[in-house]
Design a protein around this ligand. Structure first.
Ligand code: NOJ
Length: 543
């Protein structure tokens, strides 16, 4: 069980309105109380923050906004003392344009070794070298001045203009990242979440993207900038490096986890072959509409593809890049499609009650699944996205680069509440960097701890039973809902040998539960013992 902390928004110790490492250290007890095994920290490195820290200017330090290296060491020590592992985010696809390497590249001419660390190319006349587009909108190329001050070469940036892509065919780049990984392993980290793991290698000659391919919706396998076979050699090498820190049988838990938005599933499984990474995020599950048949299929396929390569599957419903599941699932079209881009005041507003009800059921299903699960800060409180943020406060580069057509990801990044009153609801003494929705006061932990039926208590109980019954290593067997009188809109499975059955009702009418079972935990109130729509239970068979 890994809990994602987005450092800007978890706890602000120094009162500048932005979360920081001392803030995180001061709140680690919350994670122990919740019952997770590890925390993953999104980037805290020195950065101009054009992409909230995923634009790294120095890979071996802490941005003063978040604290110091000493603060980091204290965080790791405290986490380890509490039995929590610490995973950090590594961003190898691109640096910040403020990184000394990029400044040197600009100051040096075409063909220089300084430029060779990045992807600089001559254009085609006045046009960029190819037709690739940035994930944040607009072209993936920006032109820099030539030696005479006139238009010069172009550099590639698959994300923001301030995030130049590194050239991973360059030995110096590879060596640099070896030393960065060692730097953090030597400081005691337990692993890395690898940002844009599928982007590091680009197809030879940087061919144009077929214009008939939609770069957002098409399988990455068809695109020359994603999931190229050469990425795997990089991770095999990293695995060998990380394994030098793992002592088999004693302390062998240091891991690599790929953030790879890769389709089809076989392609994703390649990242977790036995000599590559340990885990990769299973975004297919996150992107599945709220429909029993589709969720069943996603779980079945996910388990199969992970098993084919002998890796544990991972499960995730929310993170800092998508609309929180308590909001996503409250959309009118949640049974048909999953939209992850942000919601604004003038968009149709999701139903918060339905969203939370479904989110709790979705989590109740997810936390029973074999493998490893990732939670995103605040989901244990049932936090929704901020869907009415004034556009003027938005900071995600997506909003700007899409020409104000995609609201981006600020809505899921709002500082979390710790108490139902006080400045910034206990987030810190200052004014939070994004305003918190009013409803966050009611969802603060002081309103939920010890309150039967609260979302926080639901998560605590699910996590406790998951740990006690070792669900992460169980085998899943599907149960045909017809055997207990329910229909196709019901999902049901057993965790073999763990005395646990899961039933989730995604239909429109209440269903009877299988006879002879005790309810261990329910995502909502049952009426007359019947499982209501958009609810899930864990059952313990009694006969
Ligand atoms: C994935 C990260 O999760 C996202 O927040 C970031 O914008 C991109 N990678 C670029 O680094």
């Amino acid at each position: 069980m890994i809990y994602q902390i987005y450092p800007r928004s978890w706890a602000d110790h120094d009162g500048d309105g932005i979360g920081d490492l001392p803030g995180i250290t001061s709140r680690l007890d919350h994670l122990v109380d919740l019952g997770v095994d590890a925390l993953w920290l999104s980037p805290f490195y020195p950065s101009p923050q054009h992409d909230a820290g995923y634009d790294v200017a120095d890979y071996r330090d802490v941005d003063p906004m978040f604290g110091t290296l000493d603060d980091f060491d204290r965080l790791v020590d405290r986490a380890h003392a509490l039995g929590l592992r610490v995973i950090v985010d590594i961003v190898p696809n691109h640096t910040s344009s403020d990184h000394p390497w990029f400044r040197q590249a600009l100051a040096s001419g075409s063909g220089s070794p300084e430029r060779a660390r990045y992807v600089f190319r001559d254009g085609q006349g006045n046009e960029p070298p190819n037709n690739w587009t940035s994930r944040f909108g607009g072209p993936a190329w920006t032109r820099v001045p030539g030696p005479d001050g006139g238009p010069g070469q172009w550099y590639l940036h698959l994300f923001d203009v301030t995030q130049p892509d590194l050239d991973w065919t360059n030995a110096e780049v590879r060596h640099e990242f070896d030393t960065i990984l060692r730097f953090w392993l030597d400081r005691g980290v337990d692993g890395f979440r690898v940002d844009v793991a599928h982007g590091l290698a680009k197809a030879d000659g940087l061919p144009d993207l077929d214009p008939t391919i939609d770069p957002v919706r098409s399988p990455t396998a068809l695109q020359p900038m994603w999931d190229q076979p050469e990425v795997h050699e990089i991770y095999r090498h990293w695995r060998r490096l990380v394994d030098t820190y793992n002592v088999p049988g004693e302390d062998a838990d240091r891991i690599l986890c790929a953030e790879a938005w890769v389709e089809p599933r076989e392609a994703l499984a390649r990242y977790v072959r036995s000599d590559e990474m340990h885990q990769s995020f299973n975004f297919n599950f996150l992107l599945t509409p709220w429909r029993a048949d589709l969720i069943r299929a996603s779980i079945t396929d996910s388990l199969k593809h992970a098993a084919d390569v002998g890796a544990p599957q991972t499960w995730v419903l929310s993170n800092h890049d998508v609309v929180r599941h308590a909001t996503r699932l409250g959309r009118a079209d949640a049974t048909r499609t999953v939209i992850t881009s942000g919601i604004g005041t003038d968009d149709p507003q999701p139903d918060p009650v339905l969203g939370l009800r479904r989110a709790r059921a979705a989590t109740t299903v997810m936390l029973a699944l074999p493998g490893s699960a990732y939670l995103y800060q605040g989901e244990e409180l049932g936090l929704p996205d901020a869907t009415k943020l004034p556009d003027a406060v938005r900071q995600d580069p997506t909003w700007l680069r899409s020409g104000h057509t995609d609201r981006g990801r600020d809505g899921c990044r709002v500082p979390v509440p710790w108490s139902s009153n006080g400045p910034s609801l206990g987030f810190g003494p200052g004014h939070p960097w994004l305003p918190q929705p009013d409803v966050y006061a009611q969802l603060a932990p002081d309103r939920q701890r010890g309150v039967p039926g609260s979302t926080l208590e639901l998560y605590r109980r699910l996590l406790r039973i998951r740990r006690q019954r070792h669900l992460g290593t169980a085998r899943l067997d599907w149960v045909d809902p017809v055997t207990f009188g329910a229909g196709e809109d019901v999902i049901s499975f057993d965790l073999v040998g763990r005395d646990l059955r899961v039933v989730a009702n995604l239909g429109a009418t209440p269903v009877d539960l299988p006879a002879g079972s005790e309810i261990l935990v329910a995502s909502g109130d049952l009426e007359s013992g019947r499982l209501q729509p958009d609810m899930a239970v864990w059952l313990h068979p009694v006969d």
